[in-house]
Each structure stands twice: as C-alpha cells, then as structure tokens.
Ligand binder design. Structure first.
Ligand SMILES: Cc1cc2nc3c(=O)[nH]c(=O)nc-3n(C[C@H](O)[C@H](O)[C@H](O)COP(=O)(O)OP(=O)(O)OC[C@H]3O[C@@H](n4cnc5c(N)ncnc54)[C@H](O)[C@@H]3O)c2cc1C
Length: 474
C-alpha cells in the first residue's frame, strides 16, 4: 500500500519537526506549505546587513526532552553550543542579574523592596473569590513582587490589566508561580546547589533559526517537499471517506493546488476556521463567532545597528516597569558569542502591540526614537545615532488568555476534531503559550499517532493531556 500523503500547514518548529520525522520514519509523503519566505516561523532567523537576527530573544531551553535534544544535537553537530545566561532586569531603577542571584537580591535591591518581599512571605493573604491572573499571583507571591514586576510586565506583554487575564495564565504559564518555587529558583543559583544546566541555554552558532533550518534541510533530504512563500488560502475537506483534502495556496498571482490524505495544521486556528470548506457548506456560525473571541498579542521588533563591536556584555535586558514601553532588549551577537561582523552590533527591542494600536504602524524613524528614549530612561543610552534600522512585525506572538477564553477555544478545537483526518497543533494551532521544544514535542507526538491503521485519536488525546502540563520557560 502506498504511503499516506500528509500536507503540513506552516514551517515553524511544529510543522518542520513533523515533516522530518514523518520522512525519517518512512511513515508518509510530506508536503509543507509556508507563507513566509524562509522557514522557522517565530523561531526562525533572518540575515540583515551581515547580521544573523532572531525574531526577539530566543534560546533553546535545557528542559527540552532528551530525545528531541539529541536529534537537534545530531542535526546541528558542533554548531549547537551551550551558553551561559547573562541578562539583567531593570527593577525600581536598579539592575539585577537575571537569572536571579541571591547576593544580587540582598545587595542590589533597595531595602524597601527587600523588606516588602520578606513581609509578604509571612503575611497571610486572602484569596479572592474571583480567580484571575492577578489574584493567583498576588496570593502566591504577595504584592511587592506582583506590583513591581509581574503586573506591569503582564500589562505590557498582553496589553490587558492583570485582573482581566484568566487565572490559567498564572497557573500554567508562570514558571515560578509560588513563593517557594521562586525562592527555590533563586537559591539554586548558589554554588554547589546548582544543577548542571541552571543558568545555561543551548544556542546554535548561526542563530536560533538554524534549528528549524536544519530540520527543514533534513526533511528535504529525506524526500519532503517544502514550499516557501506560499500562503494557504482555501482548505476543501474530503467529500467522502476515501477522498483527499484539497488545499489551495497562493504566491502573488500564482496558485497551487495540493491533495493529501491527512491535513496537519500549525497555523493559527482562527485562520483555519475561515479557510475550511466542508460538506459543501460553510463553517458553523458558532465556530466563526469563536474565531472572533480568541485573541493573539502581536509584537513589533525594532533592530538598531550600532557602529561599535558590542553595546553591553549582557545578552538580554528585561524591562517590567510601566514607564518603559519595550519589554526586552537583546543583543544577538552575545547569544552565539560570535564577533561577526566586527565593528558593528545590533540591538533588538521587543515592543508588544496589536494592529489596532498606534505603535503597530509607527515609522522606522519613530520606532528608533521610542527605543532610544526607553534606553536613555533606563540609564543605558545609545551614545551615537544608529547607523541602520529594520523592523519586523509578528502578528501572532502570544495567545491572550482572556477570562473564559477556553469556551471559544474549545468550540474551535471540537470543530477541528470533527473534521476528517485533520489535526491542529503547535503554538498557534493549540493557542498555547509554548516554547520551541514544546512545539517540537507536539510534532513528534503527532507522528507517533500516525499508524498504518490511520491516525490514533485516543493516543493523541493522551498526548493532549501531557501538553497541558507544559510550562513556558523564559
Ligand atoms: C518574542 C518571542 C520570544 C520567544 N522566545 C523563545 C525562547 O527563548 N525559547 C523558545 O523555545 N521559544 C521561544 N518563543 C516561542 C517560539 O517562537 C514558538 O514556540 C515557536 O515558534 C512555535 O512554533 P510553531 O511551529 O508552533 O509556530 P510558528 O513558529 O508560529 O509557525 C507557524 C507557521 O505558520 C505559518 N503560517 C501562518 N499562516 C499561514 C498561511 N495562511 N499559509 C501558510 N503558512 C502560514 C507562519 O508563517 C509560521 O511560519 C518565543 C516567541 C516569541 C514571540
């Protein structure tokens, strides 16, 4: 019997991980359709003026499952390096090292903050009846850390008051959700108490996107077809049991049609609902309504080129404070520890936004001014005007967990599950604030579920429960 044909939508880590593994295990013929000109999605890299740049700060976390890590090590060889984390947070007008060092907390933070944190530790707190992101974190960590760090940061990242975010965001998405865990994290940094990889991360020599590129190259070598620059515009569901999916993609004025036995989508699930034609009719009204009720946060990335070797020794600066508009500044050269090109470096500023906000459509010159102002206010001014600027905009950067978001998401999810031989997964497909290693884990799980008897939905349900336990690593 011929191998089944799988069409994969999206060439981010979720799509590419599946494409490579399906081919490596000889389970299916694979065609990947990707809208962007390059592979990698939000976890990709691009080259600009000799600089290799990522879409905001990206690191491969040591929590990556051993089997996946070993595949990445095999694919990248010596190019996958272990790097020390060396960042800092701007907290109440001072810098503290990130990851947190106990000595830094004692010596560098002002006394008011340190006393507040200790007082909060021992003070009994009332748990609010109405659970929200704010109430869960306030109950676990107390007001000092919340008001100075988590709450203003959350307002900027998600563009929403912490009180108006779902408690699920706090339960599942904040790595150090309780005081005990936070302190444990802090004290693990003590000499002798440190597990081998704490404070380190994996990073490829040629940018984070090298991981996705390596998966793509290996998949193509094994016979997968990857079409870049093609936007999927229509998905026609099988009319009867043996019939295939038919997918239309467009590139400028060109059009391409593909057929496949299975359709695996890693693109945002609301987009899928708008593209599917099923049973000769349109998608049910409640499904279309649900697409309007889940929201993604967008991100403007401002890259400033400076005529100097290095701006600072730090890989990333974090800005939780409300008076600074950007959330993070990274210096890509410091991630790989490389010094090319010499005499120039790039800063990447992350500015959460949305297409309705003014910041989304600011000109390059205005964005340069905004970032320069923020850096001057933080005490790290750019000494000479940038010699170049380029901007990238990510429309689907983070899922926003509005209270009750799980209801419209479930409507979409159940509808997707009702489509024949269709799978939605990955960060955009499952509306999950997940890391790259989680997206790859989903891809591997999907491939595991494809058997000679078809797709094992029961096994996938078990995997979905495992995905619920993913905690995003910063
Ligand atoms: C600012 C930022 C920092 C991050 N930092 C880290 C980090 O340090 N470490 C880490 O592990 N993770 C990090 N992440 C998360 C990481 O980027 C994601 O986990 C990863 O990209 C998810 O992969 P994915 O394949 O599920 O989705 P995506 O990477 O979003 O890929 C989806 C793909 O679908 C394509 N697509 C969409 N619509 C269409 C269409 N109509 N037709 C064809 N193709 C389409 C997109 O172009 C994209 O390539 C970060 C994310 C952001 C936004």
């Amino acid at each position: 019997m011929a191998d089944p044909r799988v069409i994969v939508l999206g060439a981010g880590p979720a799509g590419l991980g599946a494409a490579w593994r399906l081919r490596a295990l000889g389970k299916a013929e694979v065609t990947v359709l990707e809208r962007g000109p390059t592979v990698g999605g939000n976890a990709g890299s691009f080259t600009w003026r000799d600089h290799r740049l990522d879409y905001g700060s990206h690191r491969l976390h040591p929590a990556t499952a051993p089997g996946i890590l070993s595949d990445i090590q095999t694919l990248l060889g010596d190019d996958l390096r272990i790097r020390p984390r060396h960042g800092r947070i701007r907290l109440r007008g001072r810098w503290i090292h990130f990851p947190l060092h106990p000595l830094d907390l004692l010596l560098r933070l002002d006394k008011g903050f340190a006393i507040g944190v200790l007082r909060d530790r021992f003070r009994k707190r009332r748990v609010s009846a109405q659970e929200s992101f704010a109430s869960v974190l306030a109950a676990n960590l107390g007001p000092t850390i919340c008001d100075n760090f988590y709450f203003p940061y959350a307002r900027k990242i998600w563009g929403t008051a912490p009180e108006a975010l779902s408690a699920i965001q706090a339960h599942r998405r904040v790595a150090a959700g309780s005081f005990g865990k936070l302190l444990a994290k802090v004290f693990r940094a003590l000499p002798g108490a440190r597990p081998p990889m704490t404070g380190r991360f994996y990073y490829p020599a040629d940018g984070f996107g090298q991981i996705a590129e390596a998966y793509a190259a290996a998949a193509v070598e094994q016979g997968a077809q990857i079409h870049q620059g093609w936007t999927v515009t229509a998905l026609r569901a099988p009319q009867d049991e043996g019939a295939p999916w038919s997918v239309t993609a467009e590139r400028g004025s060109e059009q391409m049609d593909c057929v496949g036995d299975h359709l695996w989508s890693t693109i945002p699930i609301p987009i899928v609902a708008k593209l599917v034609q099923h049973g000769g009719g349109t998608v049910p009204f409640e499904v279309l309504e649900a697409t309007r009720q889940i929201r993604y946060r967008s991100m403007v990335l401002v890259y400033l080129e400076l005529a100097q070797d290095q701006f600072t020794e730090f890989d990333a600066h974090y800005f939780p404070g409300a008076s600074i508009r950007i959330t993070r500044l990274s210096e890509p050269k410091n991630y790989a520890g490389r010094n090319v090109p010499s005499g120039r470096t790039v800063l990447c500023a992350e500015l959460p936004s949305s297409p309705e906000e003014e910041t989304w459509s600011l000109s390059d010159a205005d964005l340069t001014e905004l970032v320069s102002d923020d850096l001057a206010k933080s005490g790290i001014p750019i000494s000479a005007a940038p010699v170049g600027v380029t901007v990238r905009r990510l429309e689907h950067a983070y899922p926003i967990y509005d209270p009750g978001y799980e209801v419209p998401f479930q409507i979409l999810d159940r509808w997707a599950a009702s489509l024949p031989r269709f799978l939605t997964y990955g960060r955009q497909g499952l509306f999950a604030h997940d890391n790259t290693h989680h997206a790859l884990a989903m891809a591997y799980a999907a491939v595991d579920c494809l058997t000679s008897a078809g797709f094992d939905s029961a096994r996938w349900t078990t995997y979905r429960q495992e995905f619920e336990t993913h905690v995003v690593e910063d």
